[in-house]
Every structure is written in C-alpha cells, then in structure tokens.
Ligand binder design. Sequence first.
Ligand code: BES
Ligand code: ZN
Ligand code: ZN
Length: 505
Amino acid sequence: MQVQGTASGAKEADVQALAVAVFQGEKVERGLLQELDQLSGGLIKSVLEAEEIKGKEGETVLLHLSKAQGIKAQRILLVGAGEKSDYQLGKVSQMAGTACRFLRSRNLKSVAIVPRAEGEAQPVAARVVEGAIIGLFEPDKYRTEDKEKREIERLIVLIEGAAEEALRRGVEQGRIVGESVNYTRDLANEPGAYLTPTIMATRARELAQEFGLTFDVLDEEQMEKEGMGSLLSVSRGSEEPAKLIILKYAPPTPPGKNQNELLALVGKGITFDSGGISLKPGENMELMKYDMTGGATVMGVIRAMAQLKPPIPLLGVVPCSENLPSGRATKPGDVVRAMTGKTIEIINTDAEGRLILADAIAYAKKLGATQVIDMATLTGAVSIALGDVNVAILGTDQELIDEVIASGREVGEKFWQLPLDKEYSKQIKSDIADIKNVGGRKGGTITAAAFLKEFAEGLSWAHLDIAGTAWGDEAKPFRAKGPTGIAVRTLVNFVRRSVENSELA
Ligand code: BES
Ligand code: ZN
Ligand code: ZN
C-alpha cells in the first residue's frame, strides 16, 4: 500500500473514496462537513438528520455522489468517531482502521482519510497510518480459499493546512509502527509446529540482519553454564530445545546523558503451552500457540526502534521454550535452582511462564539492564480481573508504571495497575524450597508477579500481563479477530517519551 499525506482540501483528493470522521450528535453547521454537504447536494445533512448514522464509534455510511460537482472523490464514507471530547489519538487510529476495513470490503483501491482531529499534524498522521495498517491485517496466511485478496493500493492522509514535513514524518512513523504491530501479530498467529523456539530464534536473527541489530542466542548447554535451571526445567519435556534470544538496538550516536541506564524488554516465548504434566483441558488448547506473544511483542518493539532510531539503546531478551509432557518432563513436586541461586518448588507445571522469565530477567540484569519491563501471557486470572479491556501492570517502580500507563493512554491502549504488597509474597513461600511457582487461587495475577519480583531485585521493574488482551475473540470494525499486537504501540511511545524526558532534563 502506497501511503502519503496531503495538506490540500478534501475536494481535491483524487481517490475513489473520502473517509470522514463524524462525531456523536454532530450537526452540519460549518467547516468541512458543510462544504462536503453542499458538494453532495445535501446528502450529508439528510443522512445525519435521518439518523442513518449517529456518529457512534464503529458506525459507517457510504454515500455515492454520482452527480457531484467540484469534488474528485465519487464516494464519501462517514465514519462514526464517538464523542468529540473523547476523540484522542487512539480513537483516530480506530477511525482509520474502521474506514479502511469497510472500504476494502467494498473493493475500493484508493482512499483518503480525513481524521478531523485537533492538535499537531505529525502524531495525528502517524495514528491514521498505524490504524489503517493494523486494520487491514488479516490472519489468513494459511488459507487457500476465501483469502482476503482485495487491497487498498493507495492511502492518503488528509489534514488541511498541515506542514508537509510534519505529514511526511507522521506517515513514515505510522508505517513503521503499524508494520511492527502486524509483525508481532503474525508471529503470535503462527502454529506451534511452524514456530518452535529454534525457528523463533531464526526469525530474530533475520530481524537483526534486516535492520542492523545485534543478535545473540543461548542454547541449552550455555543456559546450563549460566545456571538457568528454572528456564531449563520447562523445556525438559520437549524434543525441541529451548533458546534464549538476545537482541540489542544501539543508537547511531551513543547517548550523551544517562550512559549507565539500560532499558530491557523481556518477553515470554512459550511457543506452545500444553501445561506439561499438569496438562491443560483440551478446550481452547489450540490457542496456546500464542503463549509467545510477550516475546513477539519485544521483537515488534525492537523492529520499530531499529527504524525510528531513538538516541537511547534498547535490549530485548526472549526466553523461548515449548511446555509439553513426556517421560523426561519436570513433575509437580520437583525442585529447581534458578540462575540467581534461588530454589523453586514446582507445584504446577502449567505455571511455566514465570519460570522462564525468572532466568531471563536475571540474565537481562547480567547484561547491564537497569530498567526492565517484562511482558507475558502469564495468567488466566488476569481475564477474570480485567477482561479483555485492560492489560494488568504491576511492579516495583511507581514512576515507571505511571509512565507506561501514560504512554498507553496516548496511543489508545489501556493498562490497569494491580497492587503488589509484600503480603502477597507469603502465598509463594514453599515448605521445602525458597519459593514455589503457584500461590493458590487468590489473586493469581498478583502472585505470579510476586514470583517475578523475586528475580527483579535491584532493578527498576514493571510487569505486563497480556493474557487477557493479546487475543481478540471477535472481530471489531477496526481490527480482525485474533492477535491484537497489544502493547507494541505503547512501548514504542514509552521509548519516544523517555527520549523527550531525558532531553528536557
Ligand atoms: N499461558 C498460560 C496463561 C494463559 C491462559 C494465557 C489463558 C492466555 C490465555 C499460563 O502458562 C498458565 O497456564 N497459567 C496458569 C497458572 C496457574 C497454574 C497458577 C493459569 O493461569 O491457569
Ligand atoms: Zn501454562
Ligand atoms: Zn503459558
């Protein structure tokens, strides 16, 4: 898809359809809507008055302007954008996604989107392009029939009067971030057989080669030497060896300030989670191919960084393993020793994510990380607590947590903090080892985080539980069913804001 920005008027756009945001309860009184209404011979006023569209989010009405005069586009798509006061940048992305999905379904090839958002043009243009690219993603790679073959070939972001340079930059940033979100979704969607830990490491190596990142991978022998008994206990039951992927983005010019600070993203990379000896029930087990989404999120963010080139370094650590039962598999009751020396009693082999993350967080620290954000499809309990709306965030550094939440709010991704008082750690005390990997039925998302906290000592640390939000059970007007790519945009924005904050300091 070819994408460009334009600052000229809506009637000038040489496209098949013009997609225009309309707000809830909006009347045709002035400005763009009035201009388009006149050009369309009063069509817009009439559909709004008849309440064919009320302006609610996700609504669409397509108008055909066969006898239109003075406007190049022959169609206007009105796209509900919700309350005007609530129209933040995340909503702009959704509006663009809704418009593109709808217009593609009508087999249209060239589109101009008029977001009608206030504020700076660059971030608005970025969100439009991001939303369009994310909206057009279809998880149908393995279909041979009924594949989505229609394609929007040309997309124009129309912000009247905007500076050309701001538009150009916004479009480019949006493209990079949108494609990186889809990269993460594509990995999340891969069946376990096609994305083993070894293949995931190969994908990471290819990513590094394509974008000039530093790449390293530890095999099981090296993990053994590092004392990663926690991570290795998870891969024991599988024929496929575990891999620990390390990616590093180094800025073109070394950072002037804060030279000793290093942010690491650590992501759970379980390429299939059967539960191991504590076998999961069969229902929905096929979805456990996406238990590597945390790792894919790390890879997506680094992919974006390698192109956006912020002036600060970023480390990515992705522990990858399958979790399967076999005669060699770790059993409930076994005790393993993590890299930090802590001993862990395995109560339930299905609580494997925290076991691989424990060693990965410790390893990130060994590589010099001072700040760690880990992300994982860690607990079913997070869906009970927060549904599929909010990502759970917990951690030991309140400033870091607040900054992630604020970064998410700006791009339309929601995070909700859960408490992590030390009382919760009592639930993971073991009778025979230092800790155990399950804390009982109460507060499952919190006790999982309390477990990770044991390995984040001395770090500024935040944990994201994306188990409830990484997979959309149903399609939305702005996005296909399946992997959502949650948190990629937030973390890219987090890095952008860190750079801004450090420049201000
Ligand atoms: N991968 C699962 C968590 C999960 C559940 C992710 C549903 C996505 C959707 C994780 O490894 C797991 O099985 N957790 C257990 C922990 C329990 C045994 C303490 C769970 O949540 O049931
Ligand atoms: Zn599990
Ligand atoms: Zn899991």
